[in-house]
Design a protein. Sequence first.
Length: 180
Amino acid sequence: MAGSGSSGMNSPVGDAMSDRRARRIAVALQGGGSHGAFTWGVLDRLLLEPDFEIVGIINIASAHGLVASATKAAYVAAKHGLVGLTKVVGLETARSPITCNAICPGWGLTPLVQKQIDDSAARTGISNDEAKARLLAEKQPSLEFATSEQIGAAVVFLCSPAADQIRGASISMDGGWTVQ
């Protein structure tokens, strides 16, 4: 079982209205069909109906669950919260067949990121390839996007018996972003 991320949370700390920022963080961790709500919902169901062998809960966090970037206060706070939630669930379910881990990808070529590349290319008069290379060079030393296939393979592994003792971990898939 995997829960995904949220978007539209870019603003510096001083520019975001505090109630708006708090709402975004709350939605990211508790409601609105997002990743944190998914984890809570799965746990509620599993604890009420414990007739299962092994269950892997995989939260898709972000490199921003491990490190910060300017102008992303609410997003970074929400992703750090998701990583923290993953650790607590991993600890509290350590003696059960439930595992809970997080995958923390760096840049992936999503429609939102593609729009950022397109906008940057148009704004600066460079090719899309150059805009993509510049975007990746800002954070991701591998200069390659994390792919959905790579993330999916990590989810499959984390739900396999080989990962039964991996609990509450945050797995970086960020091309070296968080090791700098």
